[in-house]
Structure formats: C-alpha cells, structure tokens
Design a protein around this ligand. Structure first.
Ligand code: PEP
Length: 250
C-alpha cells in the first residue's frame, strides 16, 4: 500500500527564525506517519536546526537540491554525504526551476539521483512539462524521456523506493492542472516505470502531482488512482495552510 505523501517545497523562502517559528506553530498537529507522510524541503543551510527541532514529530525534513560528488573541490556545492550525515530523508532532484535557471540536464539529474540513493536518502524526482510541449503534443515523449533518463543505472530495488513528482511548469504558481490532466501525467509516469522495471515496482513507486495545489483542490487530485500525494510550493509557506494539507483526510 502506498502511504499518501504531502511534501512542501519552501524554495528560497524563510530565514532560520521564520522556519523555526513555522515548526513551532505546527507542533503536535501532524497526522501519524502510518496515515500520511509529511515532509518539508527547505534551504540546506538550516536543515540541521529543523531536524533538531522536529526530532519528536511525525515530520520528515528534506533538501531541495544536492551535488553528486561526496567530497572534493566543488566550491559552494552541497555534498550528498554531508546531507545524509545530518539525517536528511529526502532530496528534491530536477525541479523545473533548477532545469530552467541552473541549466540542469537529464544527465546531471541522473548523477544526483544515484548519489542520493548511494547515500541512503530518497530522491523526489521532478518531471517537467512546459505549455509549449503540451500544445505541440510532445508531452508523452517529454515526460517519458525524463523518467527514463533520471533512472538510468538505478536497480529495481532502488527504483521502488523513489518518488516522482509530475510538475508541469505551466501549472506552477499559476492555475493547477485539472484532476484529469494531473492523473494523465501520473499514469504516464507509472506506465514508464512498469515498462522500465516491472508492474510490481510501478505499484510501489509514489507519484505526486505538483503545481498550484491548495486545500481546495487537493482532495480531488489525491482521489485519483495514480496520484499518491502532492508537492506544494506557495501554499506550504503558511503553517495553517500546511496543516490543512497534511490533515486533508480529516
Ligand atoms: C513547486 O514549485 O514545486 C510548486 C508545486 O509550486 P506551487 O505549489 O507554488 O505551484
């Protein structure tokens, strides 16, 4: 059974005091992990304080990016080995903002996925789709190829532990995809995993939808058979809204 997953992507928002204030505001109000897995991904520079502040809470803490080398002369980068040593559980890889503004390629994303798995953390691999690709009917090719490229060299045992987020950039920070559009993208990703690995593996992999998710559209999205959760940007910055998102079953 795939446990529903609500993941926040704070992006480059919040200072350390603001992050700690947020965590204080949600203390004691998160659902048990057996019902919903709750995750906040934040800037790497204060993940250790966030982990310390939530060690007794059913909340996972994740990074938004990582480099693929464990150590060496890579000034300014974040080592996956160092991230893992903090106790970080998840790392978002290949967000559309990284693909667009930092020119991350499929090859770089694949390197990062392998580095995260090697360091016993779990990747949340974002699969993008622009409006141009959608209108030009390139969606299938584009979505499928990003999944195939990101998972090159990943074993079936590793593949079943990963999470993939279908995050069409045309829906990020604008208007959400309809539940049907989101389900179509997530279904396509699950079929690709089944073709690459097996039906059993595809059944294990959690697939999230991301793009303008709010408490008022979340339940409809998560009722879809291939949507196991949501990756949320803007709406996750407010503690009251984040609590609504993680407690959507109540
Ligand atoms: C995101 O960028 O990961 C995202 C889903 O953003 P938003 O919810 O703000 O559309």
């Amino acid at each position: 059974m795939r446990i529903p997953f609500v993941a926040a992507n704070w992006k480059m928002n919040k200072t350390l005091p603001e992050a700690l204030e947020f965590l204080n505001a949600i203390r004691g109000q998160l659902p048990p992990e057996s019902e919903v897995e709750s995750l906040i991904c934040a800037q790497s520079l204060f993940l250790s304080q966030m982990l310390f502040a939530t060690s007794d809470q059913p909340l996972k803490i994740g990074a938004e990016n990582v480099y693929w080398k464990d150590s060496g002369a890579y000034t300014g980068e974040t080592s996956p080995k160092a991230l893992a040593s903090l106790g970080v559980d998840y790392v978002i890889i290949g967000h559309s903002e990284r693909r667009k503004y930092f020119r991350e390629t499929d090859e770089m994303i694949n390197n990062k996925v392998q580095a995260v798995l090697k360091n016993n953390m779990l990747p949340i691999i974002c699969v993008d789709e622009t409006m141009g690709q959608r209108e030009a009917n390139e969606k299938v090719h584009w979505v499928v190829s990003q999944v195939i490229e990101a998972l090159k060299g990943v074993s079936p045992e590793e593949a079943q532990k990963i999470t993939i987020a279908y995050e069409p950039s045309w829906a990020i920070g604008t208007a959400a995809a309809t539940a049907k559009q989101a389900e179509d993208g997530c279904y396509l990703i699950r079929q690709t995993i089944a073709d690459m690995f097996s039906d059993e593996c595809a059944e294990q992999v959690r697939i999230l939808y991301g793009g303008s998710v709010k408490p008022n559209n979340q339940a409809e999205l998560m009722a879809m058979p291939n949507i196991d959760g949501v990756l949320v940007g803007d709406a996750s910055l407010d503690p009251a809204i984040f609590l609504k998102l993680v407690n959507y079953q109540k």
